[in-house]
Design a protein around this ligand. Structure first.
Ligand code: ATP
Length: 363
């Protein structure tokens, strides 16, 4: 992703209070032009509130929001250069698909002819031209969602705000729509701000992700960075699966922290500012970054015993018990199984990982 992109939406120290309750605590994020940006977090973390503040459906208690350089506190929703797609589509049931898209354009001052022309183009974009004269109830859930997208894109917003737009769809359709949305964003070059509580969806679709919990920003970065270098316990645990262990820092050598896991086992982790020798902290290592062997194969190697194997189609999950230490979950892909021995319960083995796979977490 190019770094020169200009800032589309700039949220500066935004606070949202509902009476005594603080739903957002000083959030700052800069969303770039043409970016697929995701607000990710569990239910109640404040992501919808932030999206609604950008859209203009909620006031900002403190702080500022700039859209393309313009402070928008006093701008009503319909005057902001953004449009929103809601979870429940909110299509007009008595209107045809074409009219559903054209209606909003006419409300904004387009002539009937222009509105119909633009609506037709939008239906083509979402590949629903053949359904132009149907009513929403005559379409599937996925098709209705595409109509909602076409309608939101029709007035040429600079940014599209999407509030859990795929959550009403079944898993298969949802996966297909994830790809479609991603393509649509690339094709139109419009900034997408996408809200979801589904970490896999966020990782699949986003250029960058802001992970939120309890009204606070936990980490902001590219999908891969967030997955591979989670900053804290919350992010490591919320995104993907991980081995989350209690460790104590024994030594700091050349910018690396040598950590004790119990039972005499040691691992080398990254050094973290503010975490000194003697600190009791948490460590995360992803199951797919671990390899099992009967001899140590990497500099980071821990001795243990296989407890069980769980077959899950594409991969096998193995639980390894370190003598007097914690358990590790190891994921071995089935695709390269020919090259890898599958160890049986009771086998004495080593759990190996590259230097850098184990990450210390700040809290
Ligand atoms: N109008 C309101 N009055 C009082 N509290 C509110 C109001 N709207 C939202 N909240 C609270 O603010 C917090 C954040 O809500 P928000 O809808 O932004 O969460 P969310 O992360 O989008 O969750 P979900 O995924 O469940 O939609 C929640 O605790 C919610 O109860």
């Amino acid at each position: 992703m190019s770094e020169e992109r200009s800032v589309a939406i700039d949220v500066r120290d935004a606070v949202k209070r509902y009476g005594d309750f603080t739903a957002l605590k000083q959030i700052s994020v800069s969303i770039k032009d043409n970016e697929f940006f995701t607000l990710l977090g569990p239910s109640g973390c404040g992501k919808t509130t932030l999206l609604r503040m950008i859209a203009g459906f909620e006031s900002v208690t403190e702080g500022e929001i700039y859209l393309y350089g313009q402070e928008i506190a006093n701008l009503p929703p319909h005057q902001r250069p953004v449009n929103t797609v809601f979870q429940n589509y909110a299509l007009f049931p008595h209107m045809t698909i074409l009219d559903n898209i054209g209606f909003g354009l006419e409300m904004r001052g387009s002539s009937k002819a222009d509105a119909r022309k633009r609506a037709g183009e939008m239906l083509e974009l979402v590949q629903l031209s053949q359904f132009a004269s149907r009513k929403p109830s005559q379409l599937s859930g996925g098709q209705q969602q595409r109509v909602a997208l076409a309608r939101a894109l029709a007035p040429r917003p600079k940014a599209l705000l999407l509030d859990e737009p795929l959550s009403a769809l079944d898993l298969k359709l949802r996966k297909a729509m994830q790809m479609e949305l991603k393509h649509l964003q690339r094709e139109t070059g419009i900034t997408f701000v996408f809200v979801t509580h589904d970490q896999e969806e966020a990782l699949t679709m986003s250029d960058r992700i802001a992970v939120m919990s309890a009204g606070e920003l936990q980490q902001l970065g590219e999908a891969r960075d967030i997955y591979e270098r989670p900053r804290n316990m919350f992010v490591a645990d919320f995104i993907g699966e991980t081995n989350l262990l209690d460790v104590s820092v024994d030594k700091i050598v050349n910018g690396r922290a040598i950590c004790h896991l119990g039972g005499g086992h040691e691992l080398t982790c990254n050094e973290v500012e503010g975490v000194g020798v003697g600190s009791n902290v948490h460590m995360s290592v992803r199951p797919e970054r671990l390899f099992i062997s009967d001899e140590p194969t990497e500099s980071e190697s821990l001795k243990g015993k296989v407890l069980e194997n769980i077959f899950a189609g594409t991969d096998i999950t193995t639980i390894i018990d370190l003598a007097d230490g914690p358990n590790f979950t190891v994921r071995t892909s089935n695709s390269d199984r020919g090259n890898k021995r599958i160890f049986e319960p009771g086998n004495e083995v080593f759990v190996n990982m590259e230097l850098g796979a184990a990450r210390l977490l700040v809290d």
